[in-house]
Design a protein around this ligand. Structure first.
Ligand SMILES: Nc1nc2c(c(=O)[nH]1)N[C@H]1C(S)=C(S)[C@@H](COP(=O)(O)O)O[C@H]1N2
Ligand SMILES: [Mo]
Length: 326
């Protein structure tokens, strides 16, 4: 089997860890962490959590860091009922209408590969002591629609470094749960289950890359990838793998589910790029899900390079041909 060699990062391209500490709204880690794990496991949507609002926003905070945006939020009801989560069916409302058969607590994540401290850890341990932050990100699906969502999560890099990745850890691979008893969609061979995704290590360590446990001030519901999913705001939404059960540090670019299925349509990098059309449609514009009343969509708007995060992330791809390395 021959695979294209995916470019690895230039040595100097790895971004330092937590330069970005100030947040407009910070969550109390200790108060929140148990709730994140306990809630959202079956039945009713979880109750809202207390999201303290800092008195003064950091100067230029949101715009400069990409951690925030003034664009109107997608309504919570839309972000939790118009979903892609093929493990629960391929229709947009299948995941939210599915019976809540996915048991999200207890949950553990197996960490393996090129690191000094591999092991399978309970979710509570994985996130222990980290302060979930609210990040308001645009999310652009490769299908041509987009949302603006207030996520709750921790920078992925802060979690990864606990496992002490070594110099040979050039990529990070992620795997979703694929249990046919909990996820009826995996009985359908739409994808080669389990759903798999991956990032280059410098992308994984970038401060915008978020390991998400909640949204709209509440724990994640199943349809949005409870209890733990990835959000990489400058990439197409399919990189944001849901219900993660395994993380592996690898030397080589990992195979990913959508790329295996149709490499011409779903690249490994999948950086949002209005100049590179999907083989079956243009990516120049998007339908923003920011409707009101009975409207789901607002007007079509231009799609921006790197989904509007070029200032923060374009440097990761310096020297790469962005049309070729889609
Ligand atoms: N495991 C898994 N993760 C997944 C998907 C999926 O089908 N299975 N769909 C992806 C796609 S295409 C998108 S656009 C986002 C949607 O996230 P949301 O439903 O929370 O908006 O999840 C991504 N993560
Ligand atoms: Mo998507």
């Amino acid at each position: 089997m021959s695979r294209t060699r995916i470019p690895t990062p230039p040595a100097a391209g790895i971004t330092g860890e937590s330069v970005y500490r100030d947040r407009r709204r910070l969550l109390q880690a200790l108060a929140l962490a148990p709730a994140l794990v306990a809630a959202g496991c079956r039945g009713e949507p979880p109750p809202p959590m207390d999201v303290p609002r800092a008195a003064t926003p950091p100067p230029g905070g949101g715009e400069a860091t990409g951690f925030d945006t003034d664009e109107p939020l997608t309504r919570e009801q839309d972000a939790t009922s118009y979903n892609n989560f093929y493990e629960f069916g391929s229709g947009k409302t299948d995941p939210s209408r599915a019976r809540k058969t996915l048991v999200t607590s207890p949950w553990s994540v197996a960490v393996s590969g090129e690191c000094a401290r591999p092991g399978t850890v309970p979710l509570e341990t994985l996130l222990k002591g980290l302060v979930p932050e609210e990040r308001i990100y645009r999310m652009r699906c490769v299908e041509g629609w987009s949302m603006v969502i207030p996520w709750l999560g921790v920078p992925l890099g802060q979690v990864l470094k606990r496992f002490e990745p070594g110099a040979d850890a050039k990529f990070v691979a992620f795997t979703s749960l694929a249990d046919p008893r909990q996820m009826p969609g995996v009985r359908v061979p739409i994808l080669d289950w389990p759903y798999r995704e991956g990032l280059r290590i410098d992308e994984a360590m970038h401060p915008l890359t978020l390991l998400v446990t909640g949204m709209y001030g509440k724990p994640l519901q199943q349809q949005n990838g409870a209890p733990l999913r990835l959000v990489v705001p400058w990439k197409y939404g399919f990189k944001g793998i849901k219900s993660i059960v395994a993380i592996e540090f690898t030397r080589k670019a990992p195979r990913t589910a959508w790329n295996d299925m149709q490499p011409r349509e779903y690249g490994f990098f999948a950086n949002v790029n209005p100049a590179v059309d999907h083989p079956r449609w243009s990516q120049a514009t998007e339908r923003r899900i920011a409707g009101d009343g009975n409207r789901l969509f607002a007007d079509r708007i231009p799609t921006r390079p790197f989904n509007g995060y070029a200032d923060q992330v374009a440097g990761l791809y310096r020297g790469m041909d962005l049309a070729r390395w889609y």
